[in-house]
Write a protein that binds this ligand. Sequence first.
Ligand code: SME
Length: 174
Amino acid sequence: MSTPAPTSTSPAPTTDEHRDGGPRGEIYRRLLADLEAVLLGVDDPVTTMATAACLVHAALDDASWTGFYRVVAPGQLRVGPYQGPLGCIDIPFERGVCGAAARTRSTQLVADVHAFPGHIACDADARSEIVVPVLDRHGELAAVLDVDSHRPGAFDDEDRRGLEAVAALLSAHL
Ligand code: SME
């Protein structure tokens, strides 16, 4: 069935329809397949993270910044490969959404960054974000994957599932 042209009386599109390439589940399925194919045989963490940052950023229309903060010392994150405007360099585990994801080793889904105590505003236009812990092949925390958006509430549980699947795939290459 073809999609009717939008009219002034059409209901607002759902979030899923904001994204090029169809519903979000399909976008993540394609993203995972692409990542798996491109990373075949890769065991270099920089190559892995740079490739993932590129593909995730390209797949998600809402993403304004997509990238990694790597664990460089106990309790310390430092910016890794990313796409988007200039990111902050160092983030201790005690600070921000990235720090919370690293400290708790659990995904942080933040619909309104201004309501998150200690949010670090690298980009003044950021409104929502999701940060997923990334373990290496030994089960140690290697990094967090941070996706930010200029749109409030841009991410939901489907993004959580999709990005956690991305992180699980990356583990084998880290
Ligand atoms: N928003 C993050 C900081 C990193 S950047 O936005 C690129 C945070 O509060 O952890």
